[in-house]
Design a protein around this ligand. Structure first.
Ligand SMILES: Nc1nc2c(ncn2[C@@H]2O[C@H](COP(=O)(O)OP(=O)(O)O)[C@@H](O)[C@H]2O)c(=O)[nH]1
Ligand SMILES: [Mg+2]
Length: 447
């Protein structure tokens, strides 16, 4: 999701060498300024950021290292405002979260994304339908919750959102829920009635969090509307939705600083898995092209069943990883969200993410072909990949309606994947991985 910004950072950083003159510093700053403005970072934010970097770099000595150090420190500072990070649980459950925002900003989708995020982390979550403005709103939420096995509280004949929210809170307490998420009505523009509705829910439920869902595609308008909501409601977090439409990605850099409310999560797609936690240090790593393995590990950790993972790991070590395991791994990958967003978290791959068309794992041709090939195998072949000789491959190709070349190519990929997995699963595996990371960190950003 940050590949546009990441690319522009990289190109700016490449303008300045290890020991260099003022002209290349100017060049680098100019380059950065252009791309930040193009990405719709507010001009004052850009000016202050670059001014600071310029002064600091000059004091420390012009060169790539000092430039990077200063850029990193100042962006981290820009993204960091006082307040909570990620999802924070109240000391006494249920943690009550009020979701607010304009109509169409992504409140309902984000509410379900957040519920799903928490559910994957073994939390008991109740969603409450308090958007009574639009006829179809409750139904939309009901469908989304149903599809994602999330508990929903709604009332058919009640017209007062405050009553519904109050009843939902009672249910959340009685049912020992960890979290209650309240989806509310939006308006096309900010209006007094809507604010009153939100304020009354706020006053009587006393939520632990008030999240404002801001549509990243509206650029600086997202910041303005967040500010007006903040004035009335005292927001505790912003969630930036639709961050996958990346032309105006710069809002993410400025919004916390401009509103003085921490950016907590970012929505990166229409699918329910497309929600990412926003932790400034990690985002800065990503912007600098170093990836974000912590978030990746956390994401996979929430999705992968530990027992199963251990069993697979054992198989990999023994060289027994087979096609059934492969399929299963692919299936669980789907839950991780889009390929593009995952690639952005891997050091060295982040710059590739932008060039990649977003692969929809579930519906990609590759995935379908692989499934077709595996289902053309006999159970024994699936368990024992080494069985595949030429005549078996020919049969599988025919069965899947593909060429033998396709099967060969897939088989090679599978073998490579198994080999890679084996390399990293051994005792030295973690070390290997760490060395790899250390190398990519040392080599700095230009890659
Ligand atoms: N591409 C993309 N679309 C999103 C995202 N979040 C929400 N949407 C879409 O935005 C539209 C409005 O979302 P909705 O949740 O109904 O907005 P609400 O009126 O604030 O509740 C829907 O079509 C969603 O699928 C996102 O992160 N990325
Ligand atoms: Mg809605």
């Amino acid at each position: 999701m940050f590949h546009v910004l990441t690319d522009s950072f990289k190109s700016a950083i490449n303008k300045i060498r290890f020991a260099d003159d003022e002209k290349s510093l100017k060049n680098a700053l100019e380059n950065l300024k252009k791309s930040l403005l193009k990405a719709d970072v507010h001009h004052k934010v850009v000016r202050d950021l670059l001014r600071q970097v310029e002064v600091e770099t000059k004091i420390a000595g012009i060169g790539q290292n000092n430039f990077l150090k200063s850029l990193r420190a100042n962006i981290t500072q820009l993204l960091t405002v006082a307040g909570k990070q990620g999802f924070v649980f109240a000391s006494r459950p249920p943690t009550v979260v009020l979701m607010a925002g304009l109509q169409g900003s992504g409140k309902t989708t984000t509410t379900v994304k957040l519920a799903n995020y928490l559910k994957l982390r073994q939390k008991k979550v109740l969603v409450c339908a308090c958007d009574l403005q639009r006829l179809a709103a409750v139904e939309q939420l009901r469908q989304l919750c149903l599809a994602n096995e999330i508990d929903l509280y709604f009332e058919d004949n009640e017209k007062n959102p405050l009553k519904i929210a109050t009843n939902a809170l009672k249910k959340a307490k009685d049912g020992l829920y960890d979290v209650l998420l309240i989806d509310t009505a939006g308006r096309l523009a900010i209006d007094e009635e809507l604010m009153q509705e939100l304020v009354s829910v706020k006053n009587s439920l006393n939520p632990d969090e008030i999240f404002y869902v801001a549509d990243a595609m509206t650029g600086q308008d997202a910041v303005k509307s967040a500010l007006s909501f903040h004035e009335k409601l005292a927001l505790s977090g912003v969630i930036l939705s639709k961050y996958d439409g990346d032309s105006k990605g710069g809002v993410a850099l400025g919004i916390a600083h401009q509103t003085n409310v921490p950016l907590r999560f970012v929505g990166t797609g229409e699918k329910i898995a497309d929600l990412e936690i926003f932790i400034p240090e990690r985002i800065v790593s990503r912007l600098m092209g170093e990836g974000d393995l912590e978030t990746l590990a956390e994401k996979t950790g929430a999705i992968i069943d530990e027992k199963k993972a251990k069993a697979i790991n054992k198989k990999i070590k023994k060289g027994e990883f087979n096609f059934n395991d492969f399929l299963e791994q692919m299936e669980s990958m789907k839950k991780l969200g889009s390929m593009k967003s995952l690639m952005g978290m891997i050091p060295g791959l982040s710059s590739m993410a932008g060039k990649l068309k977003d692969v929809d794992l579930e519906n990609s041709v590759e995935m379908k072909n692989i499934k077709a090939m595996i289902s053309s195998m006999t159970p024994r072949e699936r368990e024992t990949p080494d069985l595949l000789n030429n005549s078996r491959k020919r049969r599988i190709a025919q069965g899947a309606g593909m060429s033998q070349n396709d099967v060969n190519r897939f088989f090679k990929q599978f073998q490579n994947a198994a080999k890679m997995a084996k390399r990293f699963s051994g005792k030295s595996g973690m070390k290997d991985l760490q060395n790899l990371l250390a190398q990519s960190k040392q080599s700095g950003i230009p890659r």
